[in-house]
Design a protein around this ligand. Sequence first.
Ligand SMILES: [Zn+2]
Length: 260
Amino acid sequence: MKTTRRRTLPLPLLFTLSLLLFAAGMGVGWSGASAYDQPAPQPLDISEPALAAVTLPPLQPSAAPLDKPSPAPDSWNLMLVNFGHALPDSFSIPDLARLRNGHAVDSRIYPALQAMMDDARTAGLQPLICSSYRSQDTQAQLFEAEVQNWLARGCTQQDAQRQAAMWVARPGTSEHQTGLAVDIVDTSYQILDEGQENTPVQQWLMAHCAEYGFILRYPTDKSEITGVGYEPWHYRYVGVEAAREIMANGLCLEEYLALT
Ligand SMILES: [Zn+2]
């Protein structure tokens, strides 16, 4: 990224600087774009020896300071999928990487997910992926089952649809269809309710997920924005830069994207 930083300097100082540059010689390869414009990516703090074979995800090539996000809005890792943003017609099933327990994710996030899971286990925890990539048909079945649950509780069809959508995304609006999201629980507590947040696995994931490019996608106080109830088990890959920004500032993805 070659950008020239403009500053207002007093004319005498400008003149002096010009002389100095000229005196230093113009043939030494000095360029207006320097390392100052391209801060070196920071290494991830996940260098356990057991992970030597794991390929860590590359940082964004133009990593910006954390207080100045500048992601390309159409970056694959920042794809927004929610109740108001269905998957586009052009969306095709991602290249999937199969996990050992039968789950699958977009192959581009596999190294980061594997590293996060490995490090959690190295920390003495027992994380378990209980949901990952879903096809459109699977999502439709899950949504219909949730609607039936609410109908059985006496809701009208309209209310049942609305309530169901708070917990199971309508087909075409689930992040699980992107392959970029996983549900992770503590093996010792596999119930998907708010109690999940108190498990050692969730405490660790909430503290460290951003280091691997993941965010807690549906925080407790963002339901009105995300349209999804608190889910202290649903993690979404957005890349390290965005994840650090989002988690450090208590944002949800919708708020982060609105800033850029
Ligand atoms: Zn989920």
